[in-house]
Ligand binder design. Structure first.
Ligand SMILES: Nc1ncnc2c1ncn2[C@@H]1O[C@H](COP(=O)(O)OP(=O)(O)O)[C@@H](O)[C@H]1O
Ligand SMILES: [Mg+2]
Length: 312
């Protein structure tokens, strides 16, 4: 039996001339939290919309538990639960009554399950309080409880920590990790590296609708780094290094050059410089963090993007 809960094949969404999602092939398995990471506008929410049958794909398909979301909609959707924005609850009903109402609409979930879920998300003590008195973190947790009413194999969260204070974010992180332990497959979209680094087993980095990197965080950052080389003539060193295979980014610095390359290539670069009659006085490799890799592959680096814009 396969443990794949979600699979997309060649998923494409165009809005007029804009290709918001471009040939996306992704998989989520039971028991893992997969981060869908990308800057604002990368196509995360559009991808999730297609997986939830809210946005019609231009091409390709999404399958939940092997059921095509467009051709076998009811069965596919019965296997997924999601919060895609702050969920809509009745402000004057209690948390428990809100969940009970949803359970009725969705045709299932006993009173015992509602109570169990309230317990699961740490809301038992406030179950009888009106929804409008809840903090944002409590509202998010009630939202997660609502996605679990039917105990779906696939749980989708779009920017779950949005607007939460650090304590609230942490509660959500712990809850999401528990979902994976209970054999749900979780797809979590976020533009926050920190969040993804903390929670996810694997990450899918998308930019302009395309999958540009995927794997564990160790895999995505493997081989990525920079090498600082101190030399007397940065311009000539730069020209020599740019001519080497696999070297595309060389910046001149005060002390020499900064090269984007696998940290292990230091000796190789040194040899090339020496062959050109340039002698380095220091070679210092730096391994990239997920943040460095993310900024580099999404071209989000530079001062213009400091001060993160609100997520869309
Ligand atoms: N209904 C729509 N009509 C036109 N363009 C859209 C629509 N929905 C999203 N887009 C565009 O598609 C791109 C991807 O958006 P979105 O999936 O919301 O990105 P993300 O969730 O990664 O921030 C953006 O350029 C956005 O403006
Ligand atoms: Mg979004």
């Amino acid at each position: 039996m396969s443990d794949v809960v979600l699979r997309t094949r060649g998923l494409v969404k165009r809005f007029g001339t804009l290709t918001a999602v471009d040939q996306l092939d992704i998989e989520v398995h039971r028991g893992e939290v997969v981060g869908l990471l990308g800057p604002n506008g990368a196509g995360k929410s559009t991808t999730i919309g297609m997986i939830l049958g809210l946005v019609r794909p231009t091409a390709g398909a999404a399958e939940v538990m092997g059921r095509d979301v467009w051709r076998d909609r009811e069965n596919a959707l019965a296997n997924s639960g999601a919060i895609v924005e702050t969920p809509a609850f009745y402000p004057y009903l209690s948390g428990r009554d809100n969940l009970t109402a949803l359970a009725l609409i969705r045709g299932g979930a006993s009173r015992a399950r509602v109570d169990l879920l309230l317990e699961r998300v740490g809301l038992s003590a406030r179950a009888k309080s009106k929804y409008r008195t809840y903090s944002l973190g409590m509202k998010q947790r009630l939202g997660i409880a609502s996605t679990l009413l039917s105990d779906p194999p696939l749980v989708i969260l779009d920017e779950p920590a949005n607007g939460l204070d650090p304590a609230g974010q942490r509660e959500i992180r712990e809850l999401v990790r528990e979902l994976a332990k209970e054999e749900h497959g979780v797809l979590l979209a976020s533009h926050l590296l920190y969040e993804v680094e903390q929670i996810c087993d694997r990450v899918l980095v998308i930019n302009k609708g395309k999958l540009i990197a995927s794997g564990t965080i160790a895999e995505v950052t493997a081989g990525a780094g920079t090498i600082d080389i101190a030399v007397g003539d940065p311009a000539r060193a730069g020209a020599t290094l740019r001519a080497l295979p696999g070297i595309t980014n060389v910046q001149e610095t005060e002390a020499g050059v900064k090269v984007t390359a696998e940290p292990a290539r230091g000796a190789d670069l040194n040899r090339a410089l020496a062959a050109a009659g340039i002698y380095a006085s220091a070679i210092v490799p730096h391994k990239s963090s997920l943040e460095d890799v993310f900024l580099e592959i999404t071209d989000e680096g530079g001062p213009s993007t400091s001060g993160a814009p609100a997520p869309s």
